[in-house]
Design a protein around this ligand. Structure first.
Ligand code: SF4
Ligand code: SF4
Length: 277
């Protein structure tokens, strides 16, 4: 996330979107459907605990995830939905002590995840736009989001987010267009950049939203205001690369890419522990 408007009024909110696994009960390791092909230890149904989830909700093989190449586990990030669900809907216990409500709690976690993901993008959108008319729209969407997260258990377990998602997507599209309008003329077309070598290219303000960029090579590229919204960056080479001013990046995208100690990252993201020193 960039920081164009210094001291954004949403700085505290952004902090809440960072994962805090100590305040959670391993919700992601239970609630989600996982597959071996996505880099998890085994195929498992949603609602079934992973066999490596310990009784204290820690991962029994956490220190060995990289050696075992469990990339799905290493990359996953819930935008703080795990601890938020726990704080709001499980204040005195865990999903284990609420066995009658278990299924509902897992659905709530997934709803909160979706809302927090949109909140992450909206908070960044707020810092990026120079359109004074768009600012109140973003503020309203953020406030609506907060209200939806705190609905009754029945509502948040089965929310209809389609209309809200459309409104968020419209804002993000508007901002993406505003930023890429000033991109240099050597446009790069398409959405499939699987394994592409960008060869130190100037990719400033390019719009790569929703692009497939698995194993693409960005080393030495200029990436100011390059838009990575929803792009698949698994195994992308970002070693020795400056992404500090790239936009709409998430922690999960960084976790799944290959960086090193010389990779510069946006101010609100954390350096993955698995990157080369
Ligand atoms: S759901 Fe989020 S906070 Fe909970 S264990 Fe998973 S990543 Fe951590
Ligand atoms: S291996 Fe560990 S991190 Fe991965 S799903 Fe299982 S308990 Fe969670």
């Amino acid at each position: 996330m960039t920081n164009d408007k210094a001291d954004s009024k949403y700085d505290d909110l952004i902090k809440k979107l960072k994962i805090d696994c100590k305040k959670c009960s391993g919700l992601c390791c239970v609630a989600l459907y996982c597959t071996k092909t996505d880099g998890f230890p085994a195929n498992k149904e949603a609602g079934t605990p992973c066999k490596y989830l310990d009784t204290d909700f820690r991962c029994k093989i956490h220190s060995g995830l990289a050696d075992k190449n469990y990339k799905g586990c290493l990359a996953y990030d819930c935008f703080g939905a795990g601890q938020r669900t726990t704080q709001l809907y499980l204040p005195d216990g865990t999903w284990k002590t609420n066995s009658e409500q278990e299924d509902k709690l897992f659905k709530i976690f997934i709803s909160v995840y979706q809302l927090h993901q949109m909140l992450w993008y909206l908070a960044e959108a707020f810092t990026l736009t120079s359109d004074e008319l768009l600012i109140p729209t973003i503020e309203l969407l953020i406030s609506e989001n907060e209200q939806m997260v705190q609905q009754s258990m029945d509502h948040i377990a089965m929310p209809d987010l389609s209309e809200y998602r459309l409104k968020v997507n419209k804002v993000l599209k508007q901002i993406s267009t505003e930023i890429s309008a000033n991109a240099s003329s050597n446009q790069i077309h398409g959405i499939n950049y699987l394994g592409k070598n960008f060869k130190k290219a100037n990719l400033d303000r390019k719009n790569f939203s929703m692009s497939l960029m698995i194993a693409a090579d960005f080393s030495g590229c200029s990436l100011r205001k390059t838009n990575f919204l929803g792009a698949d960056l698994r195994d992308a080479n970002i070693k020795n690369t400056d992404l500090s001013k790239s936009i709409f990046l998430t922690q999960m995208q960084l976790n799944s890419a290959i960086g090193n100690s010389n990779t510069k990252i946006p101010i609100n993201l954390s350096r993955p522990a698995t990157w080369e020193k």
